[in-house]
Design a protein around this ligand. Sequence first.
Ligand code: C2E
Ligand code: MG
Ligand code: MG
Ligand code: MG
Length: 299
Amino acid sequence: AAKTAGKRQWRHYHPELQSGMAERAKLQEGLDSSSIETSFMVLYQPIVELTSGRIVGFEALVRWPHSTRGMVLPEQFIRLAEESGQIVPLGAWVLDQAAAEAVRWEDSVLHHGTADRNAPYVSVNVSPRQFRDEDFPNVVRRALQLSGIEPSSLVLELTESVLMYNDERILAEMSSLTDLGVRFAIDDFGTGYSSLSYLREFPISILKIDKSFIDQLGRSPEQYALVEGITHLADTLGLTVIAEGVEDVRQQESLISMGCRLGQGYLFAEPVSAEEAQHLVLAPPLGRLAGMPAAPAEG
Ligand code: C2E
Ligand code: MG
Ligand code: MG
Ligand code: MG
C-alpha cells in the first residue's frame, strides 16, 4: 500500500539524539564524499484534487538512505548541502530524476489511462542557492530536453525569501522558463516575512499553503478565516492553491468548503517510491470522503 513505501522500512535519522557539532561535521563529510547518483533517492508525494482524490501531480522529495544512519531526511542535510554548494549538482540530479519519472507517467496515461485521466505533473523543490546559480535556467532547459517532458508538466517550487528583492536577472530567467510552459510555485506560503508584492512582480502560478496553517484550521474561526483569505487572494490573482500537510478528513472538508481545490498530505499518501508512484498513476483515487461512492474497479 502507498503508506508503507519508501520510509517505513528505514529507521529515521535524528541528529538531535547525537552529539551536535561532531555529528554535523561527520554528516557534512559523508555528504561531500558521496556520489550523488548512488547515494540519494527521490520519493514522490501525490498532490490531489480534494473533492475526488484524483492525483494531479507529485512532489519530488529527496532522501539520503545511509548505511549506518538510516533514512536521512532533507531537514538534516539540505542546509549542509546549501553551505557546501553541493545542492547545485544534487538539485540538478533530482530535477533529472523527477522529469524522467514524469515522462513515464505521461506514457502510462497515454497507453493505459482512461479518457478522464490526465498525466500528473511533477513539482521539484529548488533551494535558494540553486535558484540563484547563473546556470540554473540552462539546467532546467537541459532537464526538459533530456527527458522530453512537456514543460507544462514541470513545476518549480521556490520559497518566498528568494523573491524578496526585485531582481531583474531573476525576473528575466523566470519569464524565459514560463514562456516555455514551466510553472513556478511558492512553497510554505505564509511563513516568510516578505511583502506580497512579489506575487505581482514575478510569474507565479501556484501557492502552497504551509502545513502550519492547515494544522491550525480547526482551532478557531480566525484560523479558518486566515486560510480562507489566502484561498480567496489566490483566486483573485488567478493562482492555484495547494494545501500542504492535510492529515484528516475534517481539514479536507474545511478546505473544500472554502473553495481550496488541491491538497497534499498523509491523509492521501505519504511520499512513495518511484515504482509506487508509477502504480498510483493508474490506481483509483486516494482517500475518498466517507460516504462517497467507491470508484469503479479498473481492469
Ligand atoms: P516541503 O517542500 O514543504 O515538503 C513537504 C514536506 O512535508 C515533506 O517533508 C513531506 O514529506 C512532508 N509532509 C507532507 N505531507 C505531510 C503530512 O500530512 N504531515 C506531515 N507531518 N508532513 C507531511 P520532507 O520530504 O522531509 O521534506 C522537507 C523539506 O525539505 C521540504 O519541504 C523541502 O523544503 C526540502 N526538500 C525536500 N526535497 C528537496 C529537494 O530535492 N531539493 C531541495 N532544495 N529541498 C528539498
Ligand atoms: Mg516543496
Ligand atoms: Mg512545502
Ligand atoms: Mg516545508
